[in-house]
Design a protein around this ligand. Structure first.
Ligand code: ZN
Ligand code: ZN
Length: 256
């Protein structure tokens, strides 16, 4: 089994820290783990967020508490060391990159020649709206409009050709808000774009753990993805070693 979305952000770049992810993965029957960081953790990616910080004082304050604390060189050094070592399962390293249409060139430039195993794109901010931070941010929000923009951005993410996969592809549902219109057309366009680019989509247990939302993507979205032949990869979106592999067995079963 594979867990293709694991954050290592809460510890130092040491073998002891990586070993804790490996141990949990083995105990839960994983034979492959994909480790990553949010790109905003790295100083090199801070300028990519200028626009969204200008749009929202909330995001600006949040960003400056969390962002720009690491250097890419340190991460790449860790990756080299782990690759040269012997671990009892396959480890891949990547980045989770926030998608902003205006920043495609920045991402292309910044990630070129980095030698990572994968780049996964995520919609975390809809214009100036941090929709997945906490439910109160949704007060007074036009839900249909946010759904439309979320899927427009997701389709543009896929069409950008920058990424190997898309993370948590319908995470907009995490607090239970629903669009009043059918999402089938958006699902169709998203799956078509992912298939055209040879990208994978995550089947993730992350938002269920956070908010109690249904496990994995909407069954209709999963069916459309399958119809287009999109590769589906299971993911915990773990932020602690203890979360590695959580829900992955169940996610596999849902893939049939
Ligand atoms: Zn994410
Ligand atoms: Zn993540």
């Amino acid at each position: 089994m594979q867990d293709c979305h694991i954050h290592i952000e809460r510890g130092d770049y040491t073998f002891a820290w990586i070993g804790r992810f490996v141990d949990t993965a083995l105990s839960r029957g994983m034979d492959e783990i994909w480790l990553l960081e949010h790109c905003y953790r790295f100083r090199e990616f801070v300028p990519m967020y200028d626009d969204v910080c200008v749009r929202s004082p909330y995001i600006d304050a949040w960003f400056h508490r969390k962002a720009g604390v690491l250097s890419l060189a340190d991460y790449l050094r860790l990756i080299d060391e782990v690759r040269a070592a012997d671990f009892p399962l396959r480890i891949r390293f990547g980045l989770e990159v926030c998608y902003f249409h205006e920043q495609e060139d920045f991402v292309r430039h910044q990630t070129q020649g980095m030698g990572l195993d994968f780049l996964v794109g995520s919609v975390h901010f809809i214009d100036g709206f941090a929709f997945d931070h906490f439910v109160q941010l949704w007060d007074g929000v036009d839900v249909d409009h946010k759904y439309r923009r979320y899927f427009e951005m997701s389709i543009a993410l896929a069409e950008s050709g920058l990424f190997d996969g898309i993370a948590h592809p319908d995470s907009i549902k995490l607090f239970g808000h629903k669009a009043s219109f059918s999402l089938l057309e958006a699902y169709d366009r998203l799956a078509g774009a992912l298939a055209a680019q040879g990208m994978y989509a995550e089947q993730s247990s992350g938002i269920k753990r956070r908010t109690g939302a249904a496990l994995g993507m909407d069954p209709e979205l999963l069916a459309v993805m399958k119809r287009y032949g999109v590769t589906i990869r299971t993911a915990s979106d773990a932020h602690y070693p203890e979360e590695v592999g959580l829900g992955v067995r169940q996610l596999y079963k849902m893939l049939g």
